[in-house]
Design a protein around this ligand. Structure first.
Ligand code: 13P
Length: 251
């Protein structure tokens, strides 16, 4: 399985800044990207077209969207649908990112609807899951993650193609805080997630990539990416500069 090295730019960068970063990233990584790695750039909507133009034709580079609304088209002012994303070259999309769950109020049922709809519309879906610090302190990590997986993947064919689905474990307390989860914690949670995926998808569960996200930096990426069941990383802050993100990609 290829390791997915994903950059979530969140609500950062003007158009010019985004093009500059994507161009620099491609320039640094061209002909250096190992066979077993792929790079996924997930910029804000305003940058999809421009970044697509930069990544187009570059082997191993993919484009993803941070969000969409689960409908074909229609009167949904301010929203973007999967067809519009695919039209701009997106192959991946996120659902259930903690910022959408906890700032925008998206619940498990809505996240599940997005995952089902995105898959049906031909997007590779990245379901993000993760516990808050209070849930960890209360010993509820397993309950929270299993609920998010169960609801987020509800209604998906047990024979799902593992190429179309990704899970990203991002502990909420590690996002943007500089406080990366310990290696033992990541190892334990990824094993739990793997077991749950195998239980839910007996044929493909072992091949569904599980990414880690939360304060991944150039100096901690090598040890994280080497852990069992860590099939890539989802990077926020350290993905905003081509220099630091390329170090992570090559870690
Ligand atoms: P940071 O890498 O800034 O902690 O963000 C992680 C994240 O939310 C990626 O989706």
């Amino acid at each position: 399985m290829k390791k997915i090295m994903a950059a979530n730019w969140k609500m950062f960068k003007t158009h010019a800044q985004g093009i500059e970063t994507a161009t620099a990233l491609v320039d640094i990584l061209r002909n250096k990207l190992p066979e077993d790695r792929e790079v996924l750039v997930i910029p804000p909507f305003t940058l999809l077209h421009g970044v697509h133009n930069v990544l187009q034709g570059e082997p191993g580079f993919f484009l993803g969207a941070e969000n969409f609304y689960p409908a074909d088209q229609g009167a949904f002012t301010g929203e973007i649908c999967p067809e519009q994303l695919r039209d701009l070259g997106c192959t991946y999309a996120l659902a259930g990112h903690s910022e959408r769950r906890h700032i925008m109020g998206e619940d498990d049922a809505f996240v599940g609807l997005k995952v089902r709809f995105g898959l049906k519309q031909g997007l590779r879906m990245i379901l993000c899951i993760g516990e808050k610090i209070a849930e960890r302190k209360a010993g509820n990590v397993e309950n929270v993650l299993f609920r998010q997986l169960q609801k987020g993947l509800e209604g998906i064919d047990p024979g799902v193609d593992p190429e179309t689905l990704v899970v990203a474990y991002e502990p909420v307390w590690a996002i943007g805080t500089g406080e990366v989860a310990g290696l033992e914690e990541i190892l334990a949670v990824h094993a739990l997630v793997r077991n749950k995926l195998v239980q839910m998808f007996p044929d493909s569960g072992k091949s569904i990539p599980i990414l880690y996200g939360g304060s991944v930096k150039p100096d901690n990426c090598t040890s994280i990416i080497s852990l069992d069941n860590v099939d890539g990383v989802l990077v926020g802050g350290a993905s905003l500069a081509a220099e630091s993100f390329s170090q992570i990609v090559l870690a």
